[in-house]
Design a protein around this ligand. Sequence first.
Ligand code: C2E
Ligand code: MG
Ligand code: MG
Ligand code: MG
Length: 282
Amino acid sequence: ATIKKIKERGGSAISALTADDHERLNRKALIERRLIHALDKKNLEVLYQPQINLKTGDVEGVEALVRWQDTEAGIVSPDELIPIAEENGMIHEIGKFVIETVCRQLKDWTSRNIPMNVSINSSIREFRDKDMARLFMEHLTINGCDANRLTIEITEKFALEAEAEHSIVRQMKQLNQKGISFSLDDFGTGYASFRYMLLLPISSLKIDKDIIQSITQQEKMQKLINGMIQFGKSLDLQVVAEGVETKEQLELLRVMDCDSIQGYITGHPMTANELETWLKHS
Ligand code: C2E
Ligand code: MG
Ligand code: MG
Ligand code: MG
């Protein structure tokens, strides 16, 4: 109401903010305040979503996805959380938490003879830290994990920016030499510049879920997705379709010879315990 009054009076700079803006800023401030607390108490969680080979039906690995439910902020989805954390720098702490959690989980699975590969999502801001490669290697070493079990997912936007940042390219190559793979996430949503393919050690691409979900809508979309799959294959990349929800989508992807899928149709993101039960029944 105050804002409206200021506006009616002709308004100063602050009057440019709508009630919606204020709500958003308040929410952001709340998330930032609570996130410091949550990171301190390690109150975040990591869920794992299986990725399935379309030909063999084998589980190729799982993607680690961060989850946060707070007593004051409620459920904060990664789509809300990650951009805020990228902006204020807390993404470094979230990344550390996820890497630490995943490596400890890998150690546990290895000790109980559950072979598993895990993908971790990384933001470019995390890789602007010169010690990012060391952070990954330290946690793998401490937990006696095989680096070949780890994949790092980066977005097209990340790849485009990383191309011009030597320290990031160097760290990616270092990690790749140690056995860590890189996957290009949300493929098809960025820009059609593929020079980074020459420079970065990328071995798989994940076609974005919004694109996959429009596969049944138009014939042209099918041709586009088929083109993306063949594009990946011609570069010897493993092609993964993400966000597969229906049998119809799955069958189309099978005909197009897509390598693997990840989506609700085969399994939602789940806790490590739920995943183990799921593995027994899959
Ligand atoms: P992403 O890496 O593309 O992850 C796939 C997203 O699709 C996940 O959303 C997953 O839960 C969702 N998904 C999987 N299958 C289906 C499906 O069949 N239907 C639908 N509608 N959705 C499906 P989520 O977990 O909410 O994560 C969103 C994004 O947040 C991720 O997209 C990733 O970019 C980012 N993110 C998540 N965890 C982390 C993290 O630990 N670090 C960083 N830097 N980013 C993360
Ligand atoms: Mg991902
Ligand atoms: Mg994705
Ligand atoms: Mg996404």
